[in-house]
Design a protein around this ligand. Sequence first.
Ligand SMILES: O=P(O)(O)OC[C@H]1O[C@H](O[C@H]2O[C@H](CO)[C@@H](O)[C@H](O)[C@H]2O)[C@H](O)[C@@H](O)[C@@H]1O
Length: 360
Amino acid sequence: MTFSTDEAVTAVAAPAPAGLHFTPFQTTKGAARDCKKLAAVHVDRAAPGSIVGGSLFETMKASSPRRAADAEHGDWMEKHPSALTWFEAALGAAKGKQIVMFLDYDGTLSPIVEDPDRAVMSEEMRDAVRRVAEHFPTAIVSGRCRDKVFNFVKLTELYYAGSHGMDIVGPAKQSNKHVQANAEEAVHYQAGSEFLPVIEEVYRTLTARMEAIAGARVEHNKFCLSVHFRCVVEEEWNAVEEEVRSVLKEYPDVLKLTHGRKVLEIRPSIKWDKGKALEFLLESLGYAGRNDVFPIYIGDDRTDEDAFKVLRGMGQGIGILVSKFPKETAASYSLRDPVEVKEFLGKMVEPNGDGPVKAA
Ligand SMILES: O=P(O)(O)OC[C@H]1O[C@H](O[C@H]2O[C@H](CO)[C@@H](O)[C@H](O)[C@H]2O)[C@H](O)[C@@H](O)[C@@H]1O
């Protein structure tokens, strides 16, 4: 079972701040975690034929991006044109409207790397986001827990929606020049607090279970968990899924399982996601029900599709998928990788006025 090269590691960055919520990982202290070495440790453990047909990974493989034939890629690009090549067309409908920026973190602002602790964004990207936030209200919407993604981004003037949108905080109203007069005071909202004890319990159980699978790791993101298998040998991917499913079956209708980029996402079974977070933030900014707002959401993962679908439903704004390969998506445009995201953000605020409508 192979994943497309867009799942491949694109960079290994410097260590992220200490104290992040990860299972202690048995590696030489400070050395870069080498997936390949780690995963090779138990390769003999994988019973031949241990891949279970119809498993989540089979589904992922069937739907995961693959290097499409040129023709297929061309067709896909026609439906999801480059937001860079077609910048004026993409932003045409924003003229005279207030743009609001929504940015996913991993795979959008930072390249996908083997070690989630090391998924830091570049200084150039931080400058690009900072400059966009000077012109438009800007939110980071991430599966990471809020304080973790703030530690990566480090910009106090932004809104943050961590844990896949379940934990939202905005800059204080008085220090936020973008907020409408009728907007609420400083934004702070958490969905699913009642699930915190269950998430903690499942985190402990899964952490113990995953110790038996080399390279597997459980990441605590406060209202949700991520079970990473990027560093697990493929023969054991289904073992990861089976362990996760065997734990979750003890919590029917309480927790739900979705998959991301070589990660299994465990979230409370509530009707709240990145799409709801987008709607909540537009309302908090005083733009609910208004047609003079143009939300732009840039993301790379399955959970970002919830936001893309909201934008399509609103008939306002655009969703931009970050992917080098065709993927089924509700986004209208595409960018290939974080490098193109940085270029797009730069065009948004070009000093010679090429950028679209500035904040009202
Ligand atoms: O919503 P996002 O900000 O995109 O977060 C989604 C998940 O991103 C992280 O995992 C992904 O990036 C890691 C670092 O590049 C990579 O090692 C991993 O394989 C990817 O799945 C994060 O660790 C997860 O908790 C997020 O849910």
